[in-house]
Design a protein around this ligand. Sequence first.
Ligand code: NDP
Length: 256
Amino acid sequence: MYERKGRLEDKVCIVTGASSGIGYATAVRFAQEGAILSICARREERLIELKKMLEEEYGVKVLVTKCDVGSYDDIKNTVAKTIEEFGKIDVLVNNAGMIDYHVPITRCEPEWWDRIIDIDQKSVFLFTKEVLKYMEPVGYGSIVNVSSLGGYFGNCGYPYSAAKAALIAMTKNVALQYNMTQIRCNAICPGSTPTEIENEIDKFHDDFASHCFKGLNMEVPKCSPFDQANAILYFSCDESYATTGQVIVIDHGESL
Ligand code: NDP
């Protein structure tokens, strides 16, 4: 009998920020494609619920690790636990991130800059560095970074735009370093995607946010977290084996 293979069958995949939104949708899509999952975030109870659902619905293995991506020790612990449990890492999705309330430069305090850069940029450096220790010896792996329209167009707050733009250069740099191997690195730039991040919108600096949004067509449909997850899935699986260093905007044409 023909046995249908999932697009991520037997691949060990770390998804950061899987407790809600795009990370949650990515974990679900990966489970539907047969992945072995290592999911992390700060809200452990959410991850435990997700693990239970994925195991029951899709019969996949799921490891849960409580991890604040602002802590290098937590990142090292997540990677170590994944290796201990599953013995390899095939895919890393650097999705965890926070919004900066559209803070313009003159109102951006150094402490806020440091916080956003730590969570939205430095964590990607540290996670990628740790995971490459295991991908490099086997010469195989896929890393997907979740940037933002803000990283492409600079139209969010000052530190968030900077962090997400840095992810685009970091994606290309890792891709270049490993283009003689089967280790790949790509990025997605989501447009407006209703998730828990939207609960934070009332904290936006309204005058600056509305100025930033002027260049966007807000009338196009909103993306779903699963639209983003599907693009992440494509970059993660072997269908995209010849694609590296690429950045794709998923925004229903909002930025056109
Ligand atoms: P959510 O707020 O729904 O999800 C954010 C996720 O990141 C949560 O799982 C949260 O988990 C995790 N996270 C935040 N801070 C930390 C931290 N310090 N340590 C560990 N995990 C953390 O938002 P989205 O799903 O929308 O965001 C996912 C990514 O998509 C982000 O990088 C965001 O910048 C990006 N993005 C989103 C857009 C949108 O319109 N939604 C547009 C462009 C980019 P927990 O709180 O449990 O730690």
